[in-house]
Design a protein. Structure first.
Length: 147
């Protein structure tokens, strides 16, 4: 089942359950996928859809952090609810230990020895782990392993 069809089914279920948080998130996802399809002029690939969801999840995480800094727990809570719905459609996120393992392999593969090689390692790591780990987590692990 394609992601668009899956979203449509979830949307119907959320409407029946009167789940407002899920409805907000699912409508946002549907809108983003429709925009992606319109921009491309054809059906987007699964990788494009995942990239759009990753972007949406990152936006929610950033908003949550800003709202928490401003003591707006009501708004942070809404963003958190939407983030949880979005994450249901993303590939399973890797743990920090799993990211370290992948990054260590890439470092040995590239022959990286210092922070000068961070760009090469980050390029390969973000490509390999796209959608499975947050870019900030990858960057932190790369910095720690290269320093």
């Amino acid at each position: 089942m394609s992601l668009s069809n899956q979203i449509q089914e979830e949307l119907k279920a959320a409407m029946k359950a009167k789940d407002q948080a899920a409805l907000r998130a699912l409508r946002g996802i549907k809108s983003a996928l429709l925009l992606l399809k319109t921009e491309a002029g054809k059906d987007p690939s699964e990788a494009d859809e995942i990239a759009a969801l990753v972007k949406m999840a990152k936006q929610r995480r950033d908003s949550i952090s800003i709202f928490q800094e401003q003591n707006r727990s009501d708004l942070a809570e809404k963003e958190q609810e939407e983030l949880e719905v979005i994450e249901r459609f993303l590939p399973k996120q890797l743990s920090v230990e799993e990211v370290e393992s992948y990054v260590a392999q890439i470092i040995s593969q590239v022959g990286a020895t210092s922070m000068k090689d961070m760009g090469k390692v980050m390029g390969m790591a973000t490509g390999k782990l796209k959608g499975q780990a947050d870019g900030k987590v990858i960057a932190d692990v790369v910095k720690r392993l290269l320093s």
